[in-house]
Design a protein around this ligand. Structure first.
Ligand SMILES: COc1ccc2nc(C(=O)O)sc2c1
Length: 239
């Protein structure tokens, strides 16, 4: 997967060099390029913003630097993602959708956002999707890019050493993950559920499914409602 990120703070994306994403870049699973939007300005101050038409507080990102930047990468097969409080709520289902794309382009807004004409113009070239992490407002889109790229990259073939872990993790099957334990068996007076040390894999799998159902019912009943139709009689007996 090819990913282009345009931002006025390219150093904000340095964490993407670490850990699994760094490995994914090393193996070629992810071809990530972060570019400073100011490279597409031509004045001495490298200006990327200006006052909003119609007045109001703050500044708006000028269209021309964005136009020139996006001209260098967008093709009809690209998907332009614009982090925005007005965007589609990012979730695991969207991460799976994005993991199937061949070319993602992120336009990181700052200030009060990007001149709307940039998105309108880009929609004549490729698909455009505003995306939000949730119902809160950040200073800009870079944090959203870090979150989206980590969630998507770990879904790319070959990035996770054990692809099976994708099947068990929270939100994978619509439920939260069962609680996890490791050595020692006794820690500060707290033991480990005996079933997990029984070696009976069928019973362990059932216990984990029950725990996932109960945990989801308690902490995220909205998720349980979404996957209720997929539950079998044994699941319903647990609830
Ligand atoms: C100006 O660019 C912004 C500003 C706030 C913001 N908040 C986001 C969120 O996902 O919450 S994305 C985003 C982009």
């Amino acid at each position: 997967m090819r990913v282009d990120v345009f931002t006025i703070f390219p150093d904000y994306l340095a964490p993407l060099e670490l850990s699994l994403i760094g490995k994914a870049r090393g193996t070629g699973a992810l071809d990530l390029r972060a570019t400073d939007l100011r490279d597409f300005t031509h004045d001495v101050h490298r200006t990327v913003d200006d006052t909003p038409y119609g007045g109001g507080p703050g500044m708006v990102m000028r269209p021309e630097p964005w136009g020139q930047a996006l001209d260098t990468v967008l093709t009809p097969s690209s998907l332009l993602l614009v982090p925005s409080p007005a965007g589609r709520r990012f979730d695991q289902a969207m991460a799976h959708e994005l993991a199937l794309e061949e070319h993602l382009v992120f336009a990181c807004g700052r200030y009060e956002g990007i001149d709307q004409r940039v998105l309108s113009h880009a929609s004549g070239v490729c698909r455009v999707q505003e995306v939000s992490l949730g119902d809160y407002v950040l200073f800009g889109g870079e944090v959203a890019v870090l979150v989206v790229l980590e969630a998507v990259t770990r879904l790319l073939p070959g990035v996770l050493g054990n692809a099976d872990s994708l099947l068990e993790e929270s939100h994978a099957a619509g439920l939260l993950e069962a609680p996890m334990y490791t050595k020692p068996a006794e820690w500060r007076g707290h033991g480990v559920p005996e079933i997990l040390r029984s070696g009976d894999h069928a019973k362990i799998a059932r216990w984990r499914r029950d725990q996932a159902l109960l945990r989801t019912a308690q902490q995220r009943p909205d998720l349980l409602k979404q996957c209720y139709d997929t539950l079998d009689k044994r699941d319903l007996a647990t609830l």
